[in-house]
Design a protein around this ligand. Structure first.
Ligand code: SF4
Length: 461
């Protein structure tokens, strides 16, 4: 269990490292407050439960604002004892005119802990605390606001809040990470399968990956090339670690970024279609059933609920079959696309601004260490990286699908922002998926050179 932040001598904490070129300040669009049901600790709930919200804002009058899952929480099947209840359109009930009513009435400190900390991420390691932002905020996707490097004091404050929140959760008997801050240290890093290295050894590989991304900036290298180079040094490091060679030697290695050795095409396509369903199709169906997100056991067996459940599961199964087996995907408020055709669809080369967007995304993910280990479902480094490759591919398929529907030969940056926003949001929720789903995905992601076949096709297109 973590010590409360007050009792920690800050001198004992490793330095807080901040990514360069990453900007963020809330733009008040309210999109972060839509699409999920926010978990509340008992302390979060105690702050807001007795307020007569209807008298504060008529929009909240006679509304059932919370979902309670105390029993499931006690039995370990729910991460929180309470949740906010979203409206039918998926927006948080407390969101009125794009503003949080809790924040407006009681100040930032009264909001649920998760909302106070969103979208910042903190990963505590033996050598440093790595900060970053999740891209499931439109402001962070678009890089809006002041550079994080100019907001050190605020980030230190948010880190203290995050630690204190983890402590509160632990004291209440809860578990799980908060904004990627986890209690377990990263003393070792699982590269893949059974191959682990010490944190210090891993830092040689980490430096190399960041060096590759920085060098790509100088030459405006295509993002696919950069992804291939990073993958190359990861695979080489795994081989070196298996042979007992120090990863320090990776510093002098010059990756070529050449294609080849792709995992089987049909397996690749199957995994991509499955993740397209999970990250982009499934959430848009879930959004139509917000009242079903956090069912109370006693409600589960009412006839109306059963009808809705059957209807919902029918849609899940139908759309899952269509996406995974027929490759025909439909995303709410967007069109229906054939994934295979979208992957192969020919477009103009990505302009510099788009390459910059993807490089910033890759740099941020690699720098902030949110893609593997305790902060990401205990995934190995290889599985975590393959998940990143998948996120890139899904974002591209999403944007290419839109270009195809418009019969245009270039993707729009706005579609890439939208795709990444959606994909990153679901990626953030991976920690909350059923363990069976997370494990199945980890197995799929552990295949070396997993995304190459699709990257090859995307590069040709
Ligand atoms: S509680 Fe407030 S900040 Fe949190 S999701 Fe709802 S409206 Fe947004």
């Amino acid at each position: 269990m973590s010590e409360p932040i007050d009792s920690i001598d800050k001198q004992d904490l490793p330095p807080l490292l901040i990514p360069e070129g990453v900007n963020y300040n809330c733009q008040g669009c309210g999109r972060c407050c839509t699409g999920w049901s926010v978990g509340l600790t008992e302390a979060d709930y105690a702050r807001v439960k007795d307020i007569d919200w209807g008298s504060v804002n008529p929009d909240l009058k006679d509304k059932d604002l919370f979902i309670h899952k105390e029993q499931e929480y006690k039995s370990g099947t729910s991460l929180y004892p309470h949740f906010t209840r979203p409206r039918p359109d998926g927006s948080c009930s407390f969101l009125v005119d794009s503003l949080c009513t809790i924040h407006s009435l009681m100040g930032e400190d009264a909001k649920p802990g998760t909302c106070q900390l969103f979208p910042y991420t903190f990963v505590e390691t033996p050598s440093a605390i790595y900060t970053g932002v999740s891209l499931s905020s439109m402001a962070s996707v678009r890089n809006l606001g002041r550079p994080l490097t100019e907001q050190r004091e605020a980030l230190e404050g948010y880190f203290e809040r995050a630690r204190s929140y983890v402590t509160t959760k632990a004291q209440e008997g809860g578990s799980g990470s908060v904004n990627m801050l986890v209690e377990k240290p990263y003393s070792t890093v699982l590269l893949s399968g059974q191959t682990s290295v010490s944190w210090d050894e891993f830092l040689h590989l980490d430096n190399k990956m960041l060096e590759i991304i920085k060098a790509a900036e100088q030459t405006n290298e295509d993002i696919i090339q950069t992804l291939l180079k990073v993958e190359e040094v990861i695979l080489l490091s795994i081989a070196m670690a298996k042979s007992g060679v120090s990863l320090a030697e990776i510093a002098s290695y010059q990756p070529t970024g050449t294609m080849g050795g792709a995992a089987s095409g049909s397996a690749n396509e199957g995994i991509m279609a499955m993740t397209y369903y999970l990250y982009l199709v499934y959430p848009s169906i879930r959004a139509s059933y917000t009242d079903m997100w956090q069912l109370n056991n006693k409600e589960r067996f009412g006839p109306k609920k059963i009808m809705r459940l059957l209807n919902q599961y029918g849609q899940y199964i139908g759309s899952g079959f269509s996406t995974i087996f027929l490759k025909n995907a439909s995303v709410k408020n967007y069109g229906k696309v054939n994934l295979r055709k979208a992957i192969e669809y020919k477009i103009k080369p990505l302009p510099e601004i788009t390459q910059e967007f993807f490089r910033r995304w890759l740099y941020l993910k690699i720098f902030s260490k949110v893609y593997f280990g305790p902060s990401f479902c205990e995934y190995s480094l290889l599985a975590g990286f393959n998940n990143l490759v998948t996120c890139f591919i899904l974002t591209m398929i999403f944007a290419k699908g839109e270009a195809m529907l418009r019969k245009e030969d270039e993707v729009k940056l706005a579609d890439l922002y939208e795709g990444m926003f959606r994909v990153d949001k679901e990626s953030l929720m991976m920690n909350q998926l059923l363990p069976q789903v997370t494990v199945a995905l980890a197995v799929a992601y552990s295949v070396p050179k997993m995304g190459r076949g699709i990257l090859q096709t995307l590069a040709k297109g």
